[in-house]
Design a protein around this ligand. Structure first.
Ligand code: ACO
Length: 355
């Protein structure tokens, strides 16, 4: 049994925050951010993460030609759930009206969307469910430390979803490797973001980021390279068997280092970091969905998806795409209108933190 990818959708909030916008309140510049990261702009959400996820799911269902009542499982990968109890997947279930679906949340930081893909695929392959929506979504702007240029320039908000279905054909995830450098978990940690602080600290909901950029950089390249090698080995594949690489987009230099390490030619590597920055759990799936939408994924092709995140978790999946690479239909569901610019939304967040 396989878990075929039959539908795909993404939802990017409309408000854009450019590098020049960041330079209006941080000591930074478009030149520094572009040359060190490859990022030019990112999106700032005016709604919570469940709403971004819901719209992405509606689009994935339309692309698959399916209804909410066809969904048997929702796996929601994120680090910025609206609430911990009840979970966020149950909110998406309610918004969709997918009342037959089991609902679970997965948090492995930036790899959450990819770990969710593994979870849903395994549950379909083992016969627990026949279909699933997989979500990678993040609204990280409310927890961002906007006064800290080490991190504020790197992240953005967004969401993507895949619709999976049981299939006899060899397609969907063929193999993956997952892992975690737990001994290095403190090099990317956010004080105030979790129940450790509840009723004990004025930090709850505030954010002090511990972020050792250069150490994360090295672990990211090592983790993703190791993950890719292990996954290719499982399939007895070489780099030449991969048609497209869609990596987690945290830094263009990390992607370049990975491609060099794996001897991958740059024309095989999909990049969208300039438009969205690092959307944490949403990044890899938004990039995958965009690659499909832009016609970069051909029928029956093999796609390699390496990712890493806080923890420090890492993953690498090889997906075989199916025969159909175009959407069956489009959804007209959209986010409520946003009346503010990205910069105005961020200024509101800075004021709220001060207050
Ligand atoms: N604007 C201007 N200057 C800056 C900025 C900024 N935003 N940030 C740092 N600088 C300065 C530093 O102070 C330093 O100045 P100095 O030389 O006078 O001391 C100089 O720029 C160089 O700083 P470095 O930290 O050495 O810059 P580096 O080239 O390592 O790039 C970066 C930093 C972009 C953070 C890089 O290390 C990186 O991308 N690391 C990985 C981050 C990552 O992948 N994060 C994802 C986490 S995933 C998740 O799960 C949340």
């Amino acid at each position: 049994m396989f878990a075929a990818i039959k539908g795909w959708g993404k939802c990017l909030p409309p408000a854009t925050l450019t590098n020049d916008d960041l330079a209006t309140f941080l000591e930074t510049s478009d030149e520094w951010i572009t040359s060190r990261t490859g990022m030019k702009e990112r999106r700032i959400s005016h709604v919570n993460v469940s709403e971004l996820a819901y719209v992405a799911c509606e689009r994935a269902l339309a692309a698959a030609g399916k209804k909410a009542s066809d969904v048997e499982l929702i796996v929601f990968g994120s680090t910025t759930f609206d609430e911990l109890c009840p979970n966020a997947a149950s909110n998406v279930q309610r918004l969709l009206g997918a009342d037959k679906a089991a609902c679970m949340d997965v948090n492995t930081a930036c790899t959450s969307g990819m770990y969710s893909l593994t979870t849903a695929t395994a549950m379909i392959k083992s016969g627990v469910v026949k279909s699933a929506l997989v979500i990678g979504a993040e609204a990280i702007s409310p927890i961002m430390d906007w006064q800290n240029r080490d991190v504020a320039v790197l992240f953005g908000d967004g969401a993507a979803a895949l619709y999976l279905e049981a299939s006899e054909h060899e397609e969907g995830v063929l193999a993956e490797s997952l892992g975690c450098f737990g001994e290095s978990r403190d090099i990317l940690a956010v004080q105030g973001w979790g129940m450790k602080y509840a009723n004990k600290s004025r930090l709850l909901g505030q954010s002090n980021w511990a972020f050792l950029g250069q150490e994360i950089f090295k672990k990211a390249v090592a983790g993703m390279a190791q993950g890719c090698s292990k996954t290719l080995e499982k399939l007895n594949f070489g780099a030449e068997d991969i048609d497209l690489v869609v990596p987690h987009q945290a830094n263009l230099r990390i992607i370049d280092s990975l491609a060099k390490k794996l001897s991958l030619s740059s024309d095989k590597v999909f990049i969208n970091i300039h438009k969205y920055g690092n959307m944490s759990a949403a990044t890899a799936l938004v990039a995958f969905v965009e690659a499909i939408e832009e016609g970069r994924v051909s029928a029956n092709s093999h796609i390699l998806l390496p990712a890493f995140g806080g923890g420090l978790t890492w993953s690498a999946h090889v997906v075989k795409f199916g025969e159909r690479t175009t959407a069956i239909a489009e959804s007209d569901v959209d986010l409520p209108e946003c009346t503010k610019s990205g910069l105005a939304l961020v200024q509101d967040l800075i004021e709220r933190k001060k207050g």
